[in-house]
Design a protein around this ligand. Structure first.
Ligand code: SAM
Length: 274
């Protein structure tokens, strides 16, 4: 889909982009084709797309994959998406992904999740995807390039936090290429980046999400103070977990490696012998 086609679809359906919903539609065919290539979708793939918009990626995805489901918050796109997804055998649910329950689509477990993410809600969507689909083999996301620091941040850096830790625990992540603002309509002022996350063999436990978030609840405090402030774990318990893991009791969350969090969590759950 090029810019001319985007403009003509918007005109045909009487639509316009809503800034408040993070709507910047892809209008660069090379970028679209590179994203589709990264997704490696085949006839047996089950694809979940979050925020299909006016269908820049969707039409091709529906025709390439075995099963396709999209979740879009903006009901204004109904007629357009019926045309390019519904009529081709895909399904679109019109709701906020943050309120979506995977039970709504029984027997659908995606093996590829793809989204040109609405940037205002990037982190909550990425975290919820890991909670909803903890064993999905591949995710391909368009994100704001600036946000890559939060995704790829290293311990002791300012941006290191739940998103970098949890995506590391989820699998292998890679920033694959940058996308300039001119590849979208309307063009944002920022540069974007396409990232891919591939699941490893190890298990991802969705309860790590709340745990890691509570470890960062008081970012400037020690891990003990931050975790205990949630009321779920007492200071003594946390101190025992740290001592068990050989970690100093004054440590701050931002200094811990991803695997330190799972080790401490396991201890706190009383699963230290597993
Ligand atoms: N996929 C299209 C493309 O690449 O051109 C549109 C991408 S646009 C950056 C983000 C899309 O996410 C918009 O269609 C927007 O309406 C949708 N969206 C925003 N917030 C959402 C939410 N909470 N749940 C589901 N979709 C959302």
């Amino acid at each position: 889909m090029n810019k001319q086609e985007v403009l003509s679809i918007l005109d045909q359906y009487g639509l316009s982009a809503k800034k408040s919903l993070g709507q910047n539609f892809l209008c660069n065919e090379n970028v679209i084709s590179d994203i589709l290539g990264l997704a490696e979708v085949g006839p047996k793939s089950r694809v979940l797309e979050i925020g299909p918009g006016i269908g820049a990626l969707s039409e091709e995805l529906v025709s390439r994959c075995g099963k396709y489901v999209a979740i879009e918050i903006d009901t204004r796109f109904q007629a357009r998406l019926e045309e390019c997804i519904g009529k081709k055998g895909g399904k679109v649910l019109f709701e906020d992904y943050l309120s979506f329950s995977p039970d709504t689509v029984p027997d659908f477990v995606p093996d590829v999740i793809l989204s040109n993410l609405p940037y205002y809600v990037m982190t909550p969507i990425m975290l919820k995807v890991m909670k909803d689909y903890p064993s999905c083999p591949r995710m391909v996301y368009m994100v704001e390039e600036e946000a890559c620091d939060r995704i790829f941040g290293k311990p002791n850096s300012k941006q290191y936090g739940p998103l970098s830790i949890l995506t590391s625990l989820y699998g292998e992540k890679e920033k694959v290429f940058r996308v300039d603002g001119a590849s979208f309509f309307p063009a944002p002022n920022t540069t974007s980046a396409v990232i891919r996350i591939e699941r490893g063999d190890s298990v991802f436990d969705p309860s790590w999400i709340g745990f890691v978030e509570s470890a960062f609840a008081l970012r400037r405090k020690t891990l003990v103070n931050s975790l205990s402030s949630g009321g779920k774990y007492g200071k003594d318990q946390i101190l025992s977990a740290l001592s068990h893991a050989g970690i100093p009791e004054t440590i701050r969350s931002e200094a811990l490696l991803p695997e330190n969090f799972t080790e401490i969590y396991k201890f706190l759950q009383g699963r230290k012998d597993e």
